[in-house]
Design a protein. Structure first.
Length: 210
């Protein structure tokens, strides 16, 4: 995932080998992302197949908190690729769109939190797709967007853990709200006041080429 610390910007995809070439696919970051992808059905099985909320919460927390690892691997081994830039956020969104509805079905997360989180993610994904396929640019993540995602990354498994048999479940329940509320605030701020105006400008104004 591309990360910035300032205002959002639009960057054109870097030229390189074919998207599905050997150089694009066979990288350590992509292997790690693939492992995270395979763990998504494992999470669903733990939650509904084994009805083990504690194990499912721990797995979800691990999957969320290791989101930065593939980016670190890409920089560490100089394996940044176009495929990785697409694969990583795709898996992140898939994890989110599987985990949150699963918790809704399980009854572990408040409906209002789930609805706001899913709606924000859907709007942001739509903006990113519009920017990519209609203007040929990739929507970069802002500091506010990254912070919101980081907070929700911990809030969602905390909601699940708070409804589990974990000995510290009573502590997780209020902590989940402390992470979820500012996480949603940061997330909706980035989508409403950063991403949306930027994509609107890119789609309606001519793009100057350097």
């Amino acid at each position: 995932m591309i990360e910035t610390t300032g205002l959002p910007c639009m960057s054109a995809p870097e030229p390189g080998a074919g998207l599905f070439s050997r150089q694009q696919i066979l990288t350590w970051p992509n292997l790690f992302t693939l492992i995270r992808l395979v763990c998504i059905p494992l999470f669903v099985w733990l939650l509904f197949g084994r009805q083990n909320r504690a194990a499912a919460a721990w797995l979800l927390a691990i999957l969320g908190s290791t989101d930065w690892v593939d980016g670190w691997l890409a920089r560490r081994f100089d394996q940044t690729t176009e495929l990785g830039a697409i694969f990583d956020p795709t898996v992140d969104r898939l994890l989110f769109f599987v985990a949150v509805p699963s918790l809704v079905i399980d009854g572990s997360i408040p409906i209002v939190i789930a609805a706001l989180a899913l709606a924000r993610e859907a709007v942001t994904a739509t903006l990113a797709l519009l920017a990519q396929f209609r203007a040929g640019y990739r929507l970069d993540v802002t500091w506010e967007g990254k912070t919101g995602a980081f907070l929700l990354m911990f809030a969602v498994p905390m909601f699940l853990g708070g409804n589990s048999t974990l000995s510290y479940a009573d502590i997780l329940a209020p902590l989940a709200w402390l992470f979820a509320v500012p996480g949603l605030a940061y997330g909706w701020y980035s989508t409403t006041f950063q991403y949306a105006p930027l994509v609107r400008r890119v789609l309606t104004e001519p793009v100057s080429e350097d």
